[in-house]
Design a protein around this ligand. Sequence first.
Ligand code: SAM
Ligand code: SF4
Length: 340
Amino acid sequence: MDMALKTPQLVDSKLTDQFGRTVDYIRLSITDRCDFRCIYCMAEDMTFLPRDEVLSLEECARLIKVFVNLGVTKVRITGGEPLVRKNALWLFEEIGQMEGLKELVLTTNGSQLWKQAEALKRAGVKRINISLDSLNPVRFKQITRTGDLKQVLGGLQASIDAGFEGIKINTVLMRGSNDDEAMDLVQFAIDKKIDISFIEEMPLGEVNHARNSTFVSNADTLKLLQSKYSLLPSTETTGGPARYWRVANTKTKIGFISPHSHNFCESCNRVRITCKGELYLCLGQEDKIDLMPLLRANPNNDAPLIAAILDRMMIKPKGHDFDLRRAEPAVVRFMSHTGG
Ligand code: SAM
Ligand code: SF4
């Protein structure tokens, strides 16, 4: 496959939207499948896409290459669970070698890291986010429905041993479920010399989930943590929704991803691509284009794809529209579809 096709005047150009925001970060979901069924992310009984409706790994690599040629410097691979996709490592190796790319990063539930961490590091993955909502095995199983805490903690340790530049835990706190574990999870991160982010639960997916009663605000979590730890505000930013605090005298940073209490849209530098090749311009809105038909109709010519991407960049919405008071989710789409 000719993946080197370039449109010279576009090489090195930047993807800029109508509000002047430069998009230099893509999150690509490489599968909608997962070995877990986390209660805030998936229904217990999920129907997954047939294989031919999912981008092949070669198509994923081609798409990423196009975006890197358009100025994208950071790629996050996500899912579903990206590491359960067969031969996923091939894709990491391909992307890891792309000229112009500065950062290849991964979001995973950690279940496969015990056997894949070292190879991912060799492929060029710089940082890993591992989702971890509880340190209690029974509760972990309740939240993930199928997950084995021991296996995930083994994978986390394997990643530390492999020497990634950064490892971060992602935690979704839910009232009455795991909201009493914020301190323990932060202490765990401090002991392991890694970072942790608290993600406010977003109103996506199942209509029946009682989100406004389980919702835990990051402002409350911050207050709680400040009662025990000395937290120094950090100016560090990834251009994304996280606000960071450093725990004094430790190597640990705490991030708060707060779509409700802090609207992060004005500095948004990212777009998302689903495993079906849909380019979503905003996590919380429906605006998208289907890139798969363009990829498949033009196997040796990236020009139509590039034209469509540049055209749609101009309709990237100003921001999301999440509102906890509404009974129905803002967007009825599972997080595993867009990859978070
Ligand atoms: N399977 C991988 C994992 O769990 O890390 C990658 C995909 S998962 C969809 C990415 C992130 O989205 C996870 O950290 C998960 O906790 C988060 N997530 C899923 N559903 C969410 C929701 N409704 N609100 C907030 N975060 C959510
Ligand atoms: Fe799977 Fe990640 Fe969704 Fe949990 S959050 S069900 S691990 S995709």
